[in-house]
Design a protein around this ligand. Structure first.
Ligand code: SME
Length: 165
């Protein structure tokens, strides 16, 4: 059970800005990719415990460049591998663009890892060379839980994650 972070602003843009700064401070100087992703997942999941049912990364498998393999996450058991083009994560990886899905039940090929999930946002993650490194996947039990503020906040955090020194 995650507890609500009490020291973050109540308004959503302010909360994302504070999270972005906190993540940047914690990962500063840390070269390990998994450590960086795990830090972002932990802080994000605890910042929005009511809306975020499953928060985690699927990372591009270096052995299979067209396949994602599960990375750090918080939530119930997720599927281990997702081919590019399959489900919401695979669509984000193939298109290299954020997918905002208000109702997962009408998304073609949606992969239901947790049957309680009703909406989802998936944001691509790029490394310092601009290559796709993976995707950040967040599921919610509410329909239409994510909006443009979530997209902007999560894209900003992902933009920092593998590029800040
Ligand atoms: N729903 C995702 C699969 C991953 S899980 O939800 C954790 C998808 O369709 O890509």
């Amino acid at each position: 059970m995650v507890e609500r972070a009490t020291d973050l602003p109540d308004d959503k843009p302010g909360r994302y800005a504070a999270l972005r700064a906190e993540i940047a401070a914690v990962i500063a100087g840390e070269p390990d990719r998994i450590a960086r992703c795990a830090t972002a997942v932990a802080l994000l999941a605890h910042a929005f415990p009511d809306r975020f049912l499953w928060t985690g990364f699927y990372l591009v498998d270096p052995q299979k460049p067209e396949e994602l393999v599960v990375g750090p996450y918080q939530g119930r058991l997720g599927c281990l591998r997702i081919p590019f083009g399959k489900g919401v994560c695979g669509a984000a990886a193939a298109a290299r663009r954020t997918q905002l899905v208000p109702d997962v039940h009408v998304f073609p090929g949606h992969i239901a890892c947790d049957s309680r999930s009703n909406s989802e946002i998936v944001v691509p993650l790029f490394d310092g060379n601009g290559a796709l490194a993976g995707v950040l996947d967040i599921d919610s039990a509410s329909f239409a839980a994510f909006d443009a503020t979530d997209q902007a906040g999560l894209e900003a955090i992902c933009a920092d994650l593998l590029t800040l020194p």
